[in-house]
Design a protein around this ligand. Sequence first.
Ligand SMILES: Cc1cc2nc3c(=O)[nH]c(=O)nc-3n(C[C@H](O)[C@H](O)[C@H](O)COP(=O)(O)O)c2cc1C
Length: 180
Amino acid sequence: MDALKAIELRKSTRSYQPKPVEADKIEQLIAAANNAPKAGTLHISVVENTDVLKELNDATLIAMKNSGVEFLMSRAALEGYQPLYGAPVLFLLTAPKDAPYNTATASCAAANITIAATALALGSCYVISPLLGLDGKSELSGKIGIPEGFSPVCGVLVGYSAGEAFSTPKPAAYSVNYCK
Ligand SMILES: Cc1cc2nc3c(=O)[nH]c(=O)nc-3n(C[C@H](O)[C@H](O)[C@H](O)COP(=O)(O)O)c2cc1C
């Protein structure tokens, strides 16, 4: 699949088959992250441990319910809603605490992972919500393998799609102007 087609087809997948993602595909996704524009360093934790994924999912769901943020609370209240959507893999991108541009750098890497996943016939979803579940959870951060002094910036869920559950309508296109 060419890059433009993968970009066009990428969409957020919020329901996954329990089937694991092949190791060679995971390596290709890590390579895609590394081929993104960089301004500073990142650490990528590839989380496949089902107990750790469940612990993070459950902590995130509780944090969403208690967030006081209407959008997050309404998503968390949906029947059957699980913030990690049963994905078999979470790529968690972390950066040195207070590093300048860490959000921008991690988002470039995360976007590459989502596009490469599409090209590999995998579903993906860019996620911020696990940061809520990780907040103040040093033991869970340790289980994931987040390096000392690094903070989570964003994540990408990856796996084989199981359908359209919790899909959202395509947002409006960005406004554009041409300054020639
Ligand atoms: C900064 C950011 C944070 C996001 N966090 C989440 C999240 O925590 N959970 C989720 O399901 N989707 C999350 N998304 C995905 C958006 O909901 C999704 O990209 C948007 O609705 C457009 O849909 P599409 O990706 O299918 O084109 C996030 C997207 C961005 C850019």
